[in-house]
Design a protein around this ligand. Sequence first.
Ligand code: PHE
Length: 518
Amino acid sequence: MSQQTVQTHFINVILELLKNHDALNSVELAGKLGITHEKLYSLLLSIQALKLINIENKTENTYKLTQEGKIYIENGSPEFKFGQFAQSNPGMNPKQLVERFQNEIPSMYPVELPTKPDMLAKASFGKAKALGYIKLDKNNVQTGNLSCDKTQKALNCFEQGEQIPVKELQELTKRNLVTKVVTNWFSITKGEKYVESMDNVKKPIIDITEELIKSGEWKDVDFAPLNFDALGQKIPCGHEHPLLKIRQEFRQIFFQMGFEEMDTSNWVESSFWNFETLFLGQQHPCRDMQDTFFIEQPEFAKPIEDQEYFKRVKDMHERGGYGSIGLRYDFSEKVPLTNILRTHTTAISSRTLKHIADNFKNTGEIRPRRFFSIDRVYRNETLDATHLAEFHQVEGFVLDKNLSLGDLMNYIREFFSRIGLDDISFKPAYNPYTEPSMEIFAYHPGLKKTIEIGNSGIFRPEMLRPMDIPEEYSVIAWGFSLERPTMIEYGISEIRSLEGPNVSLDLIENVPLCRMTF
Ligand code: PHE
C-alpha cells in the first residue's frame, strides 16, 4: 500500500470507530492502529483541518509502583525490619543499633536497594520510631507495636487498586515507592463535517497549480485551510558557538573604536615574551608548575633574535635603569627560553610593542595606535564550575603621548558601555608590569550585583624602555576573560558545558540566535 492509502485507511478506521463512540482516547487509538502517538497526532491534525473531527488536549496523572515499592511489598519495609531487628537485639542504644542494622540490610533484601545502606538505616530508625515499631527509653531502644507493617500494607492496597488516603499516597511518593506518571493524550470527538468514511469526502486542494489557474477551476474547488500551527522542518545545520558569537561582537566594538587586531597565533610561547619582557621576575610565584603549563618537547625555544634587547631586559631585571632599581637578582639566561603555553595574551601585546619600537628604530616613524586581541590562554588551574585550564582573554592597549589613568578609565568605560554595562568602577590593584594598576568592576543589571570583570594599568617604563619605545609615549592596557561575559549574557552557570570534554552540544545548538541586551 502506498503511504497515501495507508493514511486513508487509518482515517477511515478512526471515522468508523467514531460512529459508535462519543469520544476516543488517542493513546488507546495509537495502540490499536499500531503507530506512534506522535504519528497519530499529525494524522489527527490533518483530519481536524477538514473539520471531520475535534481534538482536545488532556492531561492525566496516574501513579505506579517503583521497583523499590515492589521490593517492600514482597519483603517488607525497612522500618518494620528495623523494629524486628530491635526486638531481637535488645538493650542497645540507637547509634549501635543503626550501625548493626546497616550491615544487615544487604542480607535482608534479594536485590540491592537504590538507597545506600547507611542512609536507609538512619531513615528506617526515624520511621520505625514514628510508626511506633520502636520506643526510646532514655537512650535505650525498646520494642513497640509490631503487629502490622503499615508501609507494606499501604503498598499492597495501592497495588490492588484500592483507594488509599491522599496523605499516605503523598508519603509513598515522597519516599519514591510510588511515582507519578503524567500522560498527555487527546480526546477525539466528531467534528462539524463528520462523515463515516473518507470516500465521501471531496479531497480539498492543498497546492494551487498552473493548471487550476489556467482552467479557471480554482474558483470552484475547496482549498484546504492553511495550518499555521505546523512546526517548520528542523534544518540540519551548524551552530555558532556562543563564545564565538560574543567574540565577534567584541571584535566589532574594538574595530568601531579604531583598534587593530593583533596576531595571536602562537599558543606556545617562550617564557621570555610571556614573563621577562613584562618585567616579571624569574622567582615570581605565577611561574611555577602550579600555575603554568610547561612544554616537554621542545623544552626550550631558540635564542631570542634581538640579543641586544635580551641583554637590556636582563640588565633591567638585575640592576634597573631609567630611574628604577630593577628587581635585583641574578638573571638566568636559560630560563627565558623555556617553552610554555602562554598564560596571558599580554605576551602578544609585548611582542607587538617591540615590533613598533623596531619599526621606529628603522624608519623613525611612530604614531599613536590601538590594539586588541581575543584568543586562548592556558593556566594550570583546578577545574570547577567557573574555572577552566584554558580560556579566552580579551586584551587591549593604547599607545599614545600623555596618556593618563583617566584615559584608561575612559577607554574601558567606553568599551563596556557598548556591551550594555554602564556602571563601571575601579579598585587599585597590583600587577608586576603595570603601575598604577586597577581591577575593573561592573554592576551587572541581570545579576543585580557588582562583579570583577578584569584587570588593567599603565605599562611600566621597566617594560617599555628596554624595547626603545620613546620616552614621551606611554601605554595603557587591560585584559579580561571572554567566558565571563558570555556566561552572564547567556545565563550559563557551568563553564564546562561551554568548553572542554563535557561541552554540551544541546546548549550550543539552543542558545538564542540573537539577544537584545548587547
Ligand atoms: N595580563 C593580565 C591578566 O592576565 C591582564 C592585564 C593586561 C592587566 C594588561 C593589565 C594590563 O589578568
